[in-house]
Design a protein around this ligand. Structure first.
Ligand code: FE2
Length: 180
């Protein structure tokens, strides 16, 4: 039986932490001011630096609520922008899913493996490659606006981990796929 079948997240919970983290969400949005989609590579570098240098953010991670396998904490929603802080138990995996046009992931603590896939039909994908991500690493993708099959991937936590996610578009609309 594959890892996906045995460990896929089945018990998750969403919390609203937007008032507690508004100060940080505003800083994230400030980084891209003056730039427009598709954003310059430099904008993502600045996002990475901002998060790396934010000691206050690191100190507040432990206070996030913890719900079994996966906790999703909304830290900001404005216009089409959404930001989340996620807390993962060790050895759990997301579904194989897509994203809105802009998706940015940053590893705050812990370690992940990300499997990337290519779409082969409306509902099916084929494996492309794996990326190993550690604390301080980030990935981003800029795809097709108005569609939710961008950056199709599966995320696995290798240990207890935290990740920060920034999206332009509604992450809840991300499409879920089967492996062909
Ligand atoms: Fe994702």
């Amino acid at each position: 039986m594959s890892f996906l079948e045995t460990n896929i997240i089945r018990d998750d919970q969403t919390y609203d932490y937007s008032s507690e983290f508004q100060w940080f969400f505003n800083q994230l949005l400030e980084v891209k001011s003056g730039d427009e989609f598709p954003y310059e590579k430099d904008t993502f570098k600045k996002l990475q630096e901002l998060i790396q240098q934010c000691d206050k953010l690191a100190s507040e991670l432990e206070q996030l609520p913890f719900h079994k396998q996966y906790s999703r904490n909304v830290i900001g929603e404005k216009d089409s922008w959404n930001a989340l802080l996620s807390r993962w138990e060790p050895n759990v995996a997301s579904s194989v899913h897509g994203h809105p046009a802009l998706a940015f992931y940053y590893v705050l603590e812990g370690e992940f493996e990300m499997d990337f896939y290519k779409k082969v039909s409306a509902t099916e994908v084929k494996f492309s490659h794996t990326k190993h991500l550690k604390k301080g690493d980030c990935v981003w993708s800029q795809g097709k606006q108005g569609e939710y099959d961008n950056m199709i991937h599966c995320v696995r936590s290798l240990k207890s981990s935290y990740s920060l996610h920034l999206f332009e578009g509604d992450p809840q609309k991300g499409e879920v796929f089967k492996i062909a």
